[in-house]
Structures are given as C-alpha cells and as structure tokens.
Ligand binder design. Structure first.
Ligand code: GLC
Length: 797
C-alpha cells in the first residue's frame, strides 16, 4: 500500500499494491492485494463492471439505478495470466489488470487502448465527515472528447470541465451553473473514432474532472460509498447509449397524448380560467392535449387536497375538459404541511414515515405550505403508502402527475442537512448517501401509484430531480430557466445531453420560466421544442400577470406557433415510432451530431444541430433577427424539409431562416409517416395516414410502429411494425414493405407523397396494379397518390 500526505479534512491517499491472489467464479473475477479487492464482472462482451473494496470488505450490492431486468449475457470470455498482468478477454475487448498496482487498461482485440487507468482506483479517509472518498483516475487519450452527465447547462463536449452531482434547486440557473437538479453519474469518452462509456453507480455527491485539473487526466470520485462502475464499449456512441439504457432500464410506452402539446403556468386558477384557456385553444384551432394545475389548485398547498373555492367540482371540470380532448396533470411536491388536522400529516406521523434528523427530531423545513415534513421515499413502506395516496386524484380524473421541489428543495436551508436519516431500503444511512435519490424515489412511487389506479390507462409522470434510471417511470423538464436567447441554446444542449444520458423524454419550459419572452423568442423556442419529446410551455407569471400562451404575442407570431404545433401533431406517428425505438432498445430520441457521425470531427463540438429519430436533422434559431444560419450536415444527402432542395453533407451549408421556418432537413431515402392535422390525439377516427418518401439512389430503411396509443395491449403483441425499404435508381422508385401486423388501425388508406424523383413519373404500380389517379404538383414536383393500406410494393417509373 502506498500513501500520500494528509490534511485536517482528508487522510493521506491510499493506493492498491501488488496482487497476491485471485479467483474466478463464473463470470466474476476477484483480485486480492494486501488491503484492496477488485471484483471484475463480465456482464456482456462489451459491458464490464468494476468494484473495489478498499479495506477487503464489499458494501451491500444494491442499486436504485439498475434495471431489475438486467441480465448477464456474456458470450465468451476467459482469463490469461501474463508476467505483468492478468488479461480478461471477451469477444470484443481485453481488460488488463496490472499485478503491481491493480491498474486497469482496456483495449480492443487488436490491442488499441480504449481506456486506461492513470492512478486508477485510490481512496482516502474523509476525516471531516467520516467514511472514505473513493477515486478513479484515467489517462485522457489523444484528442479525446467527453459527453454525458445528464442536464449540465454547458457545452456538450465536457473536455476541460469539472462537474458534480448533488441535486440542487437551481432557480434561474445560468450557463455553467453546477450542480443542477439531476444526478446522472454517467459519461462517454470518444477518441480516434472509438467510443465508450463509464457509469459510476454511486449515490453520494460525485465529481467528474475531464482534464480541468490536469490536462491529461480524467477522474471521478465520490464522497462516500464504493468505487463501483460499469465500463461500456461501443465503439459507436449510439450503441454505448443503448447499452447504458439497458443497464439502467428502458421506459414503457407513454400514452400518445403526452407527445402532444402541453400548456402550463404557475398557476391556472380558478376553474373558469382553466376552462377559458382550454376553450381558447379550440377556438383558435391550436392543437393541445394537456393542461397543468400548479400549486394553487391545492388547499393551502396541502398535497392531495383541492382548493374548494377555486375548484368547487374538479370531477366535473376534468370531465368537461376530457370531452374537449384535454388531459389534466397536477403538481405534487414532497413537503407535507405540518398541520395536526391534515390527514396525510397525521398518517405519516403515526406511521413514522417522515424523515428525521440524527437526534431523532423531525426534519422540518419551509416550502410553499410553510413548515413541512418530508416522506422518506427511501423506505419501501413509505413508497407504498405514497403510491396509495394517488387513488383520489386518479378517481378525480387526473391523468398525470408533476413532481417538483424534490432535490429536495427547502427554502433558506437549500436542502436537507447531511445528518438527516434515511431507511435506504433497510440500510439506514445519512442524507449524504440518500440525497441524490430522493426525487428519484419520489417519482418512482408516484408512478407506481398512478399506474395502480389509472389502469387500464398508461400513467404520465414528470419530475424535476432524479438519479440514473428514472427514465423507467418518469419524464423530466430542465427546471427554472429564464426567458433569454442564451436559455434557448441551453435548452437545446440540455435536452441533447439528457437524451444521451438515458433520459429522452425531456423538454424545457418553452419561452422561459422566469421573465417575459418577446414574440420572436417565444416563437423560435416553440420551433426548437417541436422537436423535443416533451413539448410544454410553462412560466412563472403568477405575480406579473404576464401571459405565455401561443396567442399572447400577436397574430404574426401566433400563426407561426400554430404552424409548428400543427406540424408536431402531423409528425406524431414518427415521434411515437422514435419513442418505441427508445423503449425497445434504449436508442436516444434526440441524437447529438457527434452521436450520429462520430467519425466526422466537425460534429464533436456541435450543439446547434441534432437529429430527432432516424430521419430528421434540426437546427434552431437562437438569435434575434437571424436571417440565415450556417448548419453542419453530416456526410450523405439531405433535403430541405421546406422546399426539397438537396444538400451534400460533410460540410457547412447556409440556409435562410425567415420567422416561419427553422433549418429542418430530411435524410435522403427516408420514409416518414404523418397524421392529418388534429386538435388533439384521438380527435378523429383516422381514415388515412400520409407516407412521405424522399428519393435516394442508395438502399435505405425506415420504420413505422403503431398501437392503440394507450393501454397495455401492445404488451400482448397488439401492435404493428412496418419496415420500409427504398431501393430506387435514377429511373425507378421502388418501395417495399415488410411488416408484423397485429393491431387493427382505423385507417384503410395511405396517401403517398414522393419527393425528389429524378425523372418524370409515367407509371405507378401498387402491388403490380396501375394506380391511374395521381397528382404531380407543378411547383414542388411532389408526386401524390393514394393506395390501400395493404399495398406492399410501390414502383414508380
Ligand atoms: C418550482 C418549479 C416550477 C413551478 C413552481 C411552483 O419553481 O420548478 O416549475 O411552477 O415551483 O410550483
């Protein structure tokens, strides 16, 4: 054992010494030094878990992040003993463990270094607070860039930055504010085209340094707990994202209405106001599916109550809104008002469900209701009790719940003091270990409750704080942002980052939560958010009376906002398919360009362009008065969505940005499903859908997934997966369909629109039969015709 000098806060650093013995049990390998044990577990060909017991004893192996369904699937692996190291190999990688000091080097099969320890694992006593600080340091490879870490409001590439995870109520955060609301200790490295990921599953305050302190060293550490991380090999970053999501879990499919437009404000009340807002959407024909009730719907901010003065009959109100196609989502915070006459307070006190300080006193602190106590969501019994509390809201007709202030936020104190005690599923720990999972477990039990009582409907939860893995049950929004152009950029970056951190179902408060956007900023933000999985306007306009609705900025802006919200609804089948890919394979819905074109160095720092799903590339306008924008397009051919102009990728192109357009490109060869414009999901029984195809002379594949959009029939196979293969030549367009069909859609026809045909069409064949009725639009050159749903092959000559 090697040691360095100590200070009053920390002891000297301890480093592992020589390996004295080792053993293999199944896919677990253990290496023993004089003090430290390293356990290496081969989970798959590409996923290896490393755990270190600094003093020879492992802690309880328990995680709130990993999915219960994570299965081990190592194909082939083994170990070789060399003079200087041990080599654990799989079909894809080699893990070398140095005999002298336990340092780890991971290479591909050709010996190319993917990831390499600098000092590797080491630790020190945390003299000031107790326990140990556990570290791991790695060498930064030539040209390496870093991504990940959840919601950090900073450049996508994290090289040169130091960031930490300790959930914080960051009201009015700015660029580089850290820590923020969420705690996602997962990052990516990419060098020479090789991508990998490291998920440090530790719920204490975690810190990541990507070459800030020392240029060539990347290190991560936690102020307690165990050095316990998963290494995930790509080499494609998208595959790393999928594997990470496999470890931490994929979501169920959401009800399709949640992919529509959401309108929120702090707060819409009384009932008349809510009804008026809803009516305004319908009267102006601006699509909307969801209205939120912020804290003022409650009686004195007591959770699970209604303010009878503002909302005398919530059941009737929600029923009437439902008849107009609106779903209602209500806020629920963790703070329970200290009030002897309040049943939730009484129950919690009686059953000992609230958090306590180290000396046994209740953890009390001020939030909206005044003095509050806080359920200990780390106790499974409390989670079950909390889930049960949603029965009433579900019976009232509420279809989704918004969990807020769950970092946890406490006025003045910021959050809980570190001495607060938590059950932590039987472990009994201090707040230092439980802080980063408090909101995570609150949203987990909220989702469990909603699922229980909303059956057969699918639930919807949105949370502000969480830990890795919350995607299994919740969506998130980026928190209390500001009405500024910089925040529009931040929203774009944060949503890209969250998406590759396992959490695709995300969005920002459109227009900014704090402050007042002008029409131009609001409109440009709506455009960006049209391509975020969660599309919600929200604002803190309670005090100022400022309105932040799609029609608040005058006719010119309203028309553009309406155009984009309508486009969003038209694209719903594409959005839903993209969500299905995420739910199925963990594939991020929003994809930074570095993740789709990692071999093109120009993409590594791109924050202005991203892909949504397989086929759409989006940029956004983030400056007032911008008339044109330079956009990087990855290699390949791209069509402008607006006018079918084609562009060759691998370069920057400049496109005009009039107020009613944003840079939007379609990948050549794409086949994208569209719905007709609708005011809300389920408004009509669809009679037809629209399939738009963009010509390409190389073979391309596209997918459409469909099911009932609610309920769980899809889990019993009631869904359709339709795969389109376009294999065209400059003289013939050829589209072939392969499918699994087990869900009866209401539509019977498909309207086909083909863009970019390089020849004048004379003959259209649907399964060999000529389709005589078609239109070749003279200006756009788009060819349009209608086929029966069952047609499997379309040929155009
Ligand atoms: C917090 C939330 C915000 C909400 C407000 C009142 O600031 O982040 O979205 O409107 O509390 O509930």
């Amino acid at each position: 054992m090697q040691v360095e000098t100590s200070s009053s806060k920390y002891s000297a650093k301890h480093y592992p010494d020589t390996i004295r013995s080792w053993k293999k049990e199944g896919n677990y390998f253990s290496f023993y030094t004089s003090e430290t044990i390293l356990e290496v577990r081969v989970i798959s060909d590409k996923i290896i878990r490393f755990r270190y017991a600094s003093d020879g004893t492992f802690q309880r192996d328990f995680s709130y992040a990993t999915s219960d369904t994570l299965e081990e699937f190592p194909i082939a692996f083994g170990i070789k003993e060399w003079e200087e190291n041990f080599e654990i190999y799989t079909n894809c990688i080699k893990v070398l463990i140095a005999r002298d000091n336990l340092r780890v080097t991971i290479t591909d099969l050709t010996g190319k270094v993917i990831n390499e320890d600098e000092m590797g694992f080491h630790w020190q006593h945390y003299l000031q607070k107790g326990g140990k600080i556990v570290y791991c340091s790695k060498l930064i490879q030539e040209g390496e860039v870093f991504y990940g870490l959840g919601d950090k409001p900073t450049d996508l590439n994290l090289r040169g930055k130091r960031l930490e995870n300790y959930g914080t109520d960051a009201y009015g955060f700015q660029k580089d504010t850290d820590p923020l609301y969420r705690n996602i200790p997962f990052y990516y490295g990419l060098h020479e085209g090789i991508g990998y990921g490291i998920f440090f599953d530790n719920t204490f305050r975690t810190i990541f340094d990507f070459g800030k302190e020392r240029d060539n060293v990347c290190s991560f550490w936690a102020r307690g707990g165990e050095m316990n991380y998963y290494f995930i090999y790509g080499p494609d970053l998208m595959e790393v994202a999928e594997q990470y999501t496999r470890i931490t879990g994929t979501p169920e499919l959401p009800p399709i209405w949640t992919l529509g437009y959401h309108q929120c404000r702090w707060s819409y009340y009384p009932e008349k106001k809510v009804r008026d807002i809803a009516a305004e959407f319908r009267q102006r024909q601006i699509p909307c599916d969801v209205i939120y009730l912020d804290i003022d719907y409650m009686d004195g901010f007591r959770c699970f109550t209604w303010n009878n003065e503002y909302f005398p009959d919530p059941v009737a109100m929600i029923k009437d809104l439902a008849a107009e196609g609106f779903k209602v989502v209500v806020i629920i915070d963790p703070g329970i008002k200290v009030d002897q006459d309040y049943n939730i307070y009484q129950e919690g006190i009686k059953n000992n469900y609230f958090c306590k300080r180290a000396d046994g006193a209740l953890m009390e602190g001020d939030v909206w209701p005044g003095k509050c106590v806080f359920p200990d969501f780390t106790n499974p019994e409390v989670r079950d009790w909390w889930a049960g509390l949603f029965k009433g809201l579900a019976e009232t007709g509420v279809r989704g719940v918004w969990n807020d202030m769950n970092e946890p936020a406490v006025f003045e104190m910021g959050s809980f003091p570190e001495d607060v005690r938590h059950d932590y599923d039987g472990e009994e720990v201090s707040h230092r270990k439980a802080h980063n999972v408090y909101g995570h477990l609150m949203s987990k039990s909220t989702a469990a409750g909603l699922k229980r009582y909303l059956m057969p409907h699918r639930p919807f939860v949105i949370t502000r704080s969480c830990y890795s893995g919350a995607q299994r049950w919740s969506s998130v929004w980026t928190g209390d942002n500001v009405s500024s152009w910089e925040h529009l950029w931040l929203a774009a970056v944060q949503c890209q980052r969250l998406s590759v951190s396992g959490i695709s179902f995300t969005g920002s408060d459109i227009g900014g939560f704090i402050g007042e956007p002008d029409g131009e900023l609001y409109t440009r933000w709506i455009q960006l958010a049209s391509f975020h999985p969660l599309m919600r306007t929200h604002s803190a306009s309670n005090e100022t009376g400022f309105n932040q609705e799609p029609w608040s900025f005058g006719e010119e802006y309203e028309a553009v906002v309406k155009k984009f919200i309508s486009l969003r609804y038209q694209l719903l089948p594409y959005f839903y398919t993209t969500f299905w890919q995420y739910a199925q394979n963990g594939t991020p819905m929003i994809r930074p360009l570095a993740f789709v074109a990692q071999h093109e160095e120009e993409t590594h720092d791109c924050t202005h362009e991203f892909m949504f799903g397989d086929s759409l590339l989006i940029s956004y306008v983030n400056e007032a008065g911008m008339k044109e924008k330079e956009v990087y397009l990855p290699k390949g051919t791209w069509y402008s969505y607006w006018n079918d102009e084609t562009y060759t990728g691998g370069q920057h192109v400049t496109v005009p940005t009039p107020l009613d357009e944003m840079p939007l490109f379609v990948k050549a060869g794409a086949v994208i499903p569209f719905y007709p414009v609708m005011q809300y999901t389920g408004e009509h029984q669809l009679e037809e859908i629209i399939l738009e195809a963009w010509y390409s002379d190389s073979i391309t594949k596209s997918t459409l997934y469909e099911d009932a959009g609610d309920h769980y029939g899809y889990k019993n196979g009631q869904y359709n997966i339709i795969r389109y293969k376009q294999q065209s030549t400059p003289k013939q367009f050829w589209l072939k369909k392969q499918y699994y069909v087990n869900y009866e859609t209401s539509y019977t026809r498909v309207r086909v629109k083909v863009h970019g045909l390089p020849f004048t069409p004379e003959l259209i064949l649907g399964d060999g039969q000529a389709i005589s009725s078609f239109t070749l639009h003279p200006e756009t050159k788009v060819l349009e015709f209608v086929t029966e749903k069952g047609v499997e092959e379309i040929i155009i000559k």
